[in-house]
Design a protein around this ligand. Structure first.
Ligand code: HEC
Ligand code: HEC
Ligand code: HEC
Ligand code: HEC
Ligand code: HEC
Ligand code: HEC
Ligand code: HEC
Length: 311
């Protein structure tokens, strides 16, 4: 069970390594933090013992520098978000109470980011099951890892990668009891058991995202953020396996608009990547079949008239 979940998670690491990390101006500064926070062990000078010591880094405090420099906030110095007092080690105890920025502290009301609709996302998030049940404990950072988050759906044309990336966000809790229990004392429900009704689960989870079935779709948003309770989740097969598949309003949102007219296919984006039973239909083929049918009828009528006249 665990291995299946891990298998879905694997591709992210591989595709991230393909790209070469550009060098940022902040790299030199950040290096002082990565020296410790980029590895499993770190060294420091122990004054009372007057010698250098080596210790293990808390695994949750290790940051992958390659992923950091591919993230949206790659150009940041660590201390753009954290207190500059972290430059000293041991870090002062009260720093763990440090207040974190929220996304909207920086992105709210800024024209540059208007197309992301941060305010609407915030509203949808506030209405989500996560937020209503865990209010302030559940922050945007829980899904958007502050050190690795990178936009995908908007600019990655490889749908498979987008699916893996987005699903891993959900699975980072729903397949990891340690993170889940930061919020809940309940047992983490098994994802595989909860979706037993879905045939060929592994295939489905590699072709659709959790958010397709679990959010309230909003036509104007690329990524709907209102995750609803399980009672409201999509369970009917025809919601996807039909001509007006909900996937065109979610997963294939951008691509459908771009490709529809070029290829003449309804749901062209779906067709190029998959053949989803019931969801694909070609506009020109439909027109052509009507024309052929009409022509056949015409030939029969002319033929009949000619026979009547010749008699
Ligand atoms: C000499 C090694 C070392 C260096 C250099 C270092 N840290 Fe740390 N850092 C640690 C260790 C060990 C911990 C965990 C123990 C603690 O909190 O003191 C930690 C904890 C943290 C925490 C988590 C605190 C918490 O409890 O939530 C943050 C944030 C942090 N460091 C940021 C930084 C930043 C930013 C820099 C660079 C400006 C930096 N660190 C440099 C070793 C280091
Ligand atoms: C865009 C803002 C931002 C930047 C840049 C940033 N951090 Fe963080 N960091 C955060 C936030 C927010 C948290 C708290 C995450 C949470 O509570 O889920 C955090 C948490 C941490 C922690 C505690 C472990 C954890 O995940 O809770 C460490 C250690 C840390 N940061 C180190 C660093 C280092 C080192 C850098 C630079 C390489 C850095 N941070 C850059 C926002 C940032
Ligand atoms: C401390 C301020 C700050 C915080 C907090 C912050 N951001 Fe950013 N963010 C920025 C800045 C500045 C940039 C532009 C970085 C650049 O271009 O190098 C950026 C870039 C981005 C981008 C890419 C924009 C683009 O068009 O390239 C996205 C998406 C984004 N942030 C999302 C978020 C999310 C989601 C959160 C919260 C989880 C968040 N940010 C928190 C300041 C912040
Ligand atoms: C339950 C998980 C979850 C939470 C909580 C969450 N997000 Fe997201 N968010 C996602 C996923 C999944 C994506 C899609 C990532 C991708 O492929 O680009 C996303 C994408 C985004 C994007 C990019 C949208 C676009 O049009 O490209 C922004 C901006 C964003 N989130 C902001 C926020 C803000 C602000 C909050 C808090 C108010 C928040 N998110 C909370 C899961 C979450
Ligand atoms: C930070 C951890 C975390 C992340 C990330 C996360 N969840 Fe959750 N989720 C929870 C917790 C905790 C609950 C249980 C809420 C409760 O009932 O207390 C929950 C509940 C749910 C439920 C409701 C189940 C019910 O009982 O009705 C659904 C559906 C859900 N999550 C889907 C998602 C989706 C989809 C994503 C990704 C977009 C996601 N979650 C990301 C922690 C997380
Ligand atoms: C094809 C639609 C679909 C997809 C894709 C999907 N779910 Fe679900 N999910 C459902 C439905 C429907 C239920 C309710 C099942 C029931 O009540 O019998 C559910 C139940 C859940 C629950 C509640 C479990 C419980 O017993 O409390 C969680 C949490 C959850 N899903 C998370 C996820 C995550 C995470 C993903 C992505 C890896 C995902 N779902 C993908 C439709 C879907
Ligand atoms: C959220 C959308 C969604 C829902 C809901 C959904 N499916 Fe699917 N289904 C897909 C996608 C996408 C594929 C992958 C098509 C491909 O690439 O071959 C697929 C594939 C399949 C396949 C495999 C076809 C093959 O080529 O092997 C079967 C069978 C199937 N679905 C049956 C069902 C049944 C039965 C239900 C309802 C219980 C259901 N699906 C619900 C989206 C969905």
């Amino acid at each position: 069970m665990v291995t299946t979940l891990l298998l879905w998670m694997l591709p992210v690491a591989t595709f991230a390594e393909d790209e070469e990390a550009p060098v940022f101006e902040n790299a030199e500064y950040n290096h002082q933090c990565f020296k410790c926070h980029g590895q499993k062990t770190y060294r420091y000078y122990n004054e009372s013992m007057d010698r250098e010591m080596k210790d293990r880094m808390n695994p949750y405090f290790i940051i992958d520098s390659a992923l950091y420099y591919q993230s949206n906030h790659a150009s940041f110095m660590c201390t753009d978000c954290h207190s500059p007092e972290y430059e000293t080690f041991p870090h002062a105890g009260e720093l763990r109470m440090e207040q974190q920025f929220a996304c909207l502290d920086c992105h709210g009301g800024d024209e540059t980011y208007a197309h992301y609709q941060f305010e609407r996302i915030e509203e949808e998030f506030q209405a989500s099951i996560h937020s209503t049940k865990h209010n302030e404990d559940f922050t945007c950072w829980m899904c958007h890892n502050p050190h690795t988050y990178k936009i995908n759906a908007r600019n990655n044309h490889n749908i498979k990668e987008v699916i893996v990336y987005d699903n891993n966000i959900c699975l980072s809790c729903h397949a990891d009891i340690n993170k889940y229990q930061l919020l809940s004392d309940e047992e983490n429900p098994s994802i595989l058991a909860a979706h037993e009704w879905l045939p060929n689960q592994t295939l489905h989870f590699s072709k659709v995202r959790c958010i397709e079935c679990h959010t309230e779709i909003d036509k104007e948003m690329l990524i709907a953020h209102k995750v609803c309770s399980k009672e409201k989740a999509v369970k009917r097969c025809v919601e996807c396996h039909s001509q007006n598949s909900l996937l065109t309003a979610t997963l294939y949102k951008f691509e459908t608009f771009e490709k529809r007219n070029k290829l003449g296919f309804f749901n062209a984006a779906i067709l190029t990547d998959h053949y989803i039973i019931g969801a694909n239909r070609n506009y020109y083929l439909n027109v052509a079949s009507i024309v052929i049918f009409g022509l056949t009828l015409l030939v029969i009528i002319i033929h009949a008239i000619l026979r009547i006249i010749s008699k």
